[in-house]
Design a protein around this ligand. Structure first.
Ligand code: GLY
Length: 392
């Protein structure tokens, strides 16, 4: 089989498929790159809950629950750590309106049976002493953790290599379709990478691959996010921040993700700007302004990096997982705000689908065909895919 796109989703799909005995090629000019280079890595099933996303919540929680075992298995398989920290999250409110917004989130969390505790401003500062005195209240969510997406991508790359996944370091220019079925991808130089099963895990770019029949083009669009990275000092008096801190600051949303390595990731803007990935003065200003209101002491920290990436968003904010209406073509795309969180469950589901032909129950609601009303093509079960071959 061939996986077009070597970000987190493509790599985890390739690794799990290889573990199940399939022969796998990943096509990507720079595997391990993409949104993983930008993402903060919050595993925020509870604190990032939104109205109308209850079905997605089930998938998010299932994936969060898999993280400890997934981490142990991947670190063993790759020999590399992925920066998983079970540190919990505090969601803080800056002013009275922000507190009302968090109260609404708390109501929704309680209605969904989630574990979340309301704190006063003073209780928030007791947990995180660097918070501004103006913080009015917050939510303590001990089950929302973090991983480091760059280290996760590096570990998946190593695990894939150790499992025999072949990397074709080039861009997929178009999907190859012969006699009504997908037969792999064609590279920019005309080389064909042929396979019985093709998985598109190109993030936002999944909708841009040439050669796709119109009915299988996924409705995925890019949503830009800008991020700033600071460096926290080692401290004799305790960590600068001990857990992920999210906040509503005068109606705007921000998060600060402190890593064990000393990196502090501040994110993120959310901009419908097409394919633009420019880091702008305005974007960085807004992030630092809100972060400074929340944690005044952070203006002393060294600024290490600014960057921007594209979230692959679908019409219902949930991923597209499984077979399309075109025989031989599968999608693993559209993970939007939850790519890092959904990496374990996506790998498990895609591995099972590719090896057995069966779509696991858990991901059936996320069929790529749910927006078109078409039937997904059913792959005959349990037939090992032939070795991908490369020809010109
Ligand atoms: N999940 C964080 C973000 O999308 O910015």
């Amino acid at each position: 089989m061939v996986v077009a796109g070597g970000g987190l989703i493509g790599l985890v799909t390739a690794w799990r498929a290889a573990q199940r005995g399939l022969t796998v090629a990943v096509v990507d000019p720079a595997p391990g790159g993409g949104a993983a280079r930008v993402a903060a890595g919050m595993l925020a099933a509870v604190t990032e809950l939104h109205y109308g996303e209850e079905a997605l919540l089930g998938l998010n929680l299932a994936s969060a629950a898999r993280y400890p075992d997934f981490t142990a298995e991947l670190e063993e398989a790759s020999g590399e750590e992925i920066g998983y920290r079970s540190c919990g999250t505090l969601a803080a409110a800056f002013d009275a309106d922000d507190r009302a917004a968090l109260r609404e989130l708390h109501t929704l969390q309680q209605r969904c049976g989630l574990d979340s505790q309301w704190l006063t401003g003073r209780e928030c500062r007791r947990l995180e002493p660097m918070l501004a005195p103006s913080v009015r209240g917050g939510l303590r969510v001990d089950g929302d953790h973090q991983a480091d997406p760059r280290r996760l991508a590096a570990a998946l790359l190593s695990a894939c290599e150790r499992s025999g996944v072949r990397f074709v370091r080039a861009s997929a220019a178009r999907l190859s379709v012969e006699a009504g079925r997908a037969t792999g991808v064609v590279l920019e130089d005309g080389t064909a990478v042929r396979a019985e099963q093709t998985v598109l895990s190109l993030g936002s770019y999944a909708a841009r691959l040439n050669g796709m029949p119109p009915e299988v083009v996924p409705p995925v669009r890019p949503v830009k996010g800008q991020v700033v990275r600071l460096r926290m000092p080692p401290s004799r008096y305790g960590p600068f921040l001990s857990r992920t801190v999210r906040a509503v600051v005068r109606g705007g949303h921000i998060y600060l993700v402190p890593r064990a390595t000393g990196e502090l990731v501040i994110g993120a803007t959310s901009e419908e700007m097409g394919w633009d990935t420019t880091v702008t003065a305005g974007g960085v200003y807004e992030l630092l302004r809100d972060a400074h209101e929340l944690v005044p002491g952070l203006t002393e920290l060294p600024l290490e990096e600014t960057c921007a990436g594209l979230r692959p968003a679908s019409p219902d904010n949930a991923p597209l997982l499984g077979p399309t209406a075109l025989p031989g073509l599968h999608l693993a795309a559209g993970h939007y705000r939850n790519g890092v969180l959904l990496t374990p469950v996506t790998g498990d589901a895609m591995g099972e689908l590719l090896a057995t032909g069966e779509v696991p129950e858990l991901v059936r609601p996320f069929s790529p065909t749910r927006f078109t009303g078409e039937q997904p093509h059913r792959t005959p079960g349990a037939a090992p895919a032939p070795t991908p071959t490369t020809s010109t």
